[in-house]
Design a protein around this ligand. Structure first.
Ligand SMILES: Cc1ncc(COP(=O)(O)O)c(C=O)c1O
Length: 343
């Protein structure tokens, strides 16, 4: 039997053999008492990688973002962010429930926000009708797979500082963005007061994300994490693979990006498939299928070939590479598309 290939997302990655070994031997303590050595090590390593004062290990990226909103804002504040970002689209409306804030979305040009559009929406003055602008959020890499240029982040960060508004970065894939830009993650993180990134996506840890910022902010976020039920006990078994994610796995992300470009280029040669190869910045390939293609048949052929993929939405399909997708897996994926498109 052939191995299953899973290109639905990079969240599907399994921990590497080295991670499983590290989990087995991890020293643990009760982290709510501050006793878990692995959690301390992971948090200080993460803070160091982003050049922030402190960091907090949280169960998910979603919780990291929501914790940032809760810790930065007062109930009734307004948060300015892109209309297509993860916090708006994929966090179950949590910002209304948890932080009790109002989201003020702005148009996004493939993930890029204009500083002038943000500026127009910053609440100035003491009009009693206005909510207070409590936070600006950016996302890099964007969940559309594109990396936002540092110049864009710089101009928005300058604007935020002028108005004394904190800036949070959803950097779920910040290490992919840094790999694409050829810079350190800290060079991206410098433009934000707080940063969330995921250990559990392309970096292959089984669970967990990091929220980083100033020591004072992280102390308050730690209390809020407890409030949300996210205080974890013998969490060293999860911190151990997180440390490997930050030391080893960050170094191989270019391989995933390379494989995404190869996959994209090969699929783009098939009749009727449209891919903008310039949009493949990280490990994500978006393709448009010919309108007359029987997508049910394509999905069934992929299933039969042992390939898990999400079906197209509005004619667009997303395939993601990660450490478990190698050249052979790419051959198998391309073979199915080739057969289906030549029928
Ligand atoms: C940009 C972005 N932010 C946040 C998240 C949430 O991460 P998690 O799935 O760990 O909650 C994701 C997940 O895919 C994401 O793509």
């Amino acid at each position: 039997m052939q191995d299953t290939i899973d290109v639905r997302s990079d969240t599907v990655t399994h921990p590497t053999p080295a991670m499983r070994q590290a989990m087995y031997t991890a020293e643990v303590g009760d982290d709510v008492y501050g006793d878990d050595p692995g959690a301390h090590q992971l948090e200080s390593l993460a803070a160091q990688r982003l050049n922030k004062q402190a960091a907090l290990f949280v169960p998910s990226g979603n919780m990291g973002n929501q914790l940032a909103l809760l810790t930065h804002c007062q109930t009734g504040n307004e948060v300015i962010l892109g209309e297509d970002c993860h916090i708006v689209q994929h966090e179950t409306g949590g910002s209304a429930v948890i932080a009790g804030v109002q989201l003020r979305t702005i148009p996004s040009r493939q993930g890029i926000l204009d500083a002038s559009e943000i500026e127009k929406r910053i609440r100035i003055g003491h009009d009693i009708h206005y909510p207070k602008t409590g936070l600006i959020c950016l996302e890099n890499a964007h969940s559309n797979g594109r990396v936002i240029p540092l110049s864009v982040m710089h101009s928005i960060s300058k604007l935020a500082q002028q108005h004394h508004i904190p800036l949070h970065l959803d950097g779920a894939r910040i290490f992919n963005a840094a790999t694409y830009l050829g810079c350190q993650a800290s060079e991206i993180a410098q433009y934000a007061d707080t940063v969330m990134f995921c250990l559990s996506k392309g970096l292959a840890a089984p669970i967990g994300s990091i929220l980083a910022g100033s020591s004072d902010f992280i102390a308050r976020a730690r209390k809020n994490r407890k409030l949300l039920g996210g205080g974890m006990r013998q969490v060293g078994v999860l911190a151990a693979p997180g440390i490997i994610a930050l030391t080893d796995m960050v170094q191989r992300l270019d391989e995933d990006h390379h494989n995404a470009r190869i996959l994209g280029a090969r699929l783009a040669m098939l009749p009727g498939i449209q891919i903008n190869l310039d949009d493949i910045h990280i490990n994500m390939v978006w393709l448009s299928l010919p309108p007359d293609l029987d997508t049910e048949k394509l999905m069934s052929a992929l299933r039969v070939a042992g390939i898990k993929a999400n079906p197209p939405e509005f004619g667009q399909m997303r395939l993601m590479t990660h450490w478990q997708i190698n050249a052979l897996a790419i051959d198998r994926i391309v073979a199915v598309f080739t057969t289906q498109l030549s029928k």
